[in-house]
Design a protein around this ligand. Sequence first.
Ligand code: ADP
Ligand code: ZN
Length: 526
Amino acid sequence: AVQAARASAGSPLDALTSVWGYDAFRGEQAEIIETVARGDDALVLMPTGGGKSLCYQIPALVREGTGIVVSPLIALMHDQVDALEQLGVRAAFLNSTQQLDERRDVERRLLAGELDLLYLAPERLPAAADLLDRARIALFAIDEAHCVAQWGHDFRPDYLRLSMLHERWPDVPRVALTATATAETREEIVRNLGLGDARVFVSSFDRPNIQYRIAPKQDAKNQLLQIIEAEHPGEAGIVYCLSRASVEKTADWLAGKGITALPYHAGLPAQTRSRNQARFLREDGIVMVATIAFGMGIDKPDVRFVAHLDLPKSVEGYYQETGRAGRDGLPSTAWLAYGLQDVVQQRRMIADGEGDAQRKRAQSLHLDAMLALCETVQCRRQQLLGYFGEPSGPCGNCDTCLNPPEAFDGTVPAQKLMSTILRLKRERGQQFGAGHLVDILLGRETERTLRSRHSELSTFGIGTELGDQEWRGVIRQLLAQGLLEVQGGYGVLALTDAAGAVLRGEQEVRLRREPERVRAARKPRG
Ligand code: ADP
Ligand code: ZN
């Protein structure tokens, strides 16, 4: 088998056909490979499933020496190396999970020139530097390069050390790859890795076969079940939940409804995790209920739906997670349910979380962008691609295109809500959350409105033109638009400075009216 790769080390196309058995390069692969094979640096932005791996694997075969691949996906290195060995490529990895003698053997093979590719965890780099000095290096590939951006959504401090690659081995070409990067993140990658002279390759981020849908959360589990039964019965899917507890609860609940659902989160025993992952990959029609710990680097082509039962922290995360659907190019669904509680919870997590003020500001802006995507009355895809700097038109394959929400002048409802919040604040030191506000606006004589004597407020019962869910929608949207904010840990709502202009009637508020039950027009698949 070793011969296969060696013999191919002629042209990139020879390698593609003789080692991988493919006929032609896709998209910009050929140009990227040529750039790196020639010894120049490259920055590659390509969506999941676009074929990034070949962009460093083939140059590593074509060039003299070993291609060093820096990747944070330690759990996957074993599989990646296995897959390459099956093809006859001489590959190995170095990471913290290995025994000393195993590591020694890899080092020996590297120095003897017996490796085409070596996968390296970023934290091993400083320790491995002397070793690399003594080896012949074909190139450095920096996978998941967005991890070097502090401004990004998935920063990993170990990645900052990768700036040493350029300083210590200035003649070795580098290729940095990512499936998620806004213009800001891209600039930071270039800056932190010293890739100023790199050629930048940006593929379209559009995944036209994925239908994006974002629905107000009512009873998320039942909403999900309905979608699975109506549109994806017996098909593979991933369901993302925020917490480990809700992963387990949801998996149990779905299993109780006759769906083959398995849990996956970092708190499960390693054995359970790998068993569930293996079943998901090998068997048909498994629904994996998981935290975002699941999915990076998972190459399962026929995932027919990705559902989020909780709001992702960023558009980048949302794009990456939904991108795991439909890698085979067939129609797939990305469905997200989100509600007021998500906004409250996420804001609280940012406030209580680790990190300095700048980090929190970045997290806050990431959340704002995610909320804007949820509340848009425009095409979801257009907004999503626009976020990554890619202009496009309405797509015809998302919920807002298929079932356009109505936009309406929500200034008066906003004013009613805001003045209620103001009155609550003025009259007592206590503060109340969204449910109580809605009760007041609807004039409900609940125990709480009566006891607090909020039933005597002048705004009591002035909001009967909207229903319960609609008012919650208004609150959510005002939060998303930065007119309201959540204070403290208990979802207490307060006005922001920007609210003043609305209260004074100087600024109009546009809101999105939710069709009562959003169901995109889509034929169930058989
Ligand atoms: P990414 O890392 O960008 O998510 P991969 O490198 O894992 O994508 O490639 C996705 C899938 O497409 C893999 O199964 C890969 O073998 C396949 N692939 C990549 N390039 C080609 C090509 N030129 N022709 C056919 N299949 C390809
Ligand atoms: Zn659309």
